[in-house]
Design a protein around this ligand. Structure first.
Ligand code: SF4
Ligand code: SF4
Ligand code: SF4
Length: 197
């Protein structure tokens, strides 16, 4: 079993997953979580979810000089806090930044793939899957369908915008000025009234 980030497009940045993780660890705030949600440029562009991806051959474990990170069955690692000397090599070794840091204990915090956060995600961004990939749980198919639907919506929006901004047709009746003609006309009339006042 491991945690899987199924579809970040559906993430709304509510941070429920982060609060859930902290709560599971007995903490109140967001300082102690093993999952992070970060904006990639405001609500329009969405969010990225940073959490351990359960490497088969985890670099975080191979750089640990004291063997404090044991490779987990199914991917990822388990921390033996008693062995850890707080050197931070594991944090540097994880290319996606999924080794979070506990400043109080000066030790890493790494997802244990318990799936607690997924239970609190209101949009199905996170899921617990068996085996190595999302396909094994049939989730990739759903994610693929969702992506196709989103693409179709984007195409429709783009076509609609193109229509709205297209120039008036050659055969348009005299006096008609396209979509904004009425508004422009009203503005001109208002300006004339003001000038004459
Ligand atoms: S913490 Fe990073 S390097 Fe270690 S198993 Fe998870 S994703 Fe891989
Ligand atoms: S911080 Fe702890 S777990 Fe990470 S590499 Fe150093 S000793 Fe190992
Ligand atoms: S709970 Fe789900 S929607 Fe909310 S921030 Fe976490 S991943 Fe995103």
């Amino acid at each position: 079993m491991r945690l899987s980030v199924v579809d970040t497009e559906r993430c709304i940045g509510c941070q429920s997953c982060m609060f859930a993780c902290a709560r599971r660890l007995g903490e109140g705030g967001l300082a102690s979580t093993c999952i992070g949600v970060r904006s990639i440029g405001g609500m329009e562009r969405g969010f990225k979810v940073v959490v351990c991806r359960a490497c088969d051959d985890p670099p975080c474990a191979s750089v640990c000089p004291v063997g404090a990170l044991q490779v987990r069955k199914g991917g990822g690692v388990r921390l033996d806090a008693a062995k850890c000397i707080g050197c931070g090599h594991c944090r540097d070794a994880c290319v996606i930044g999924a080794v979070f840091w506990d400043d109080e204990t000066n030790k890493p915090m790494i997802c244990t793939h318990c799936g607690y956060c997924a239970r609190f995600c209101p949009h199905g961004v996170l899921s617990v899957v068996k085996g190595k990939n999302v396909e094994s749980a049939g989730l990739a198919d759903n994610a693929g369908k969702a992506e196709k639907a989103r693409k179709a919506e984007r195409v429709e929006e783009a076509e609609g915008a193109e229509k709205d901004s297209s120039p008036p047709q050659a055969g348009m009746a005299a006096g008609a000025e396209g979509p904004d003609g009425g508004a422009a006309d009203a503005t001109r009339k208002a300006e004339e009234v003001e000038a004459n006042a």
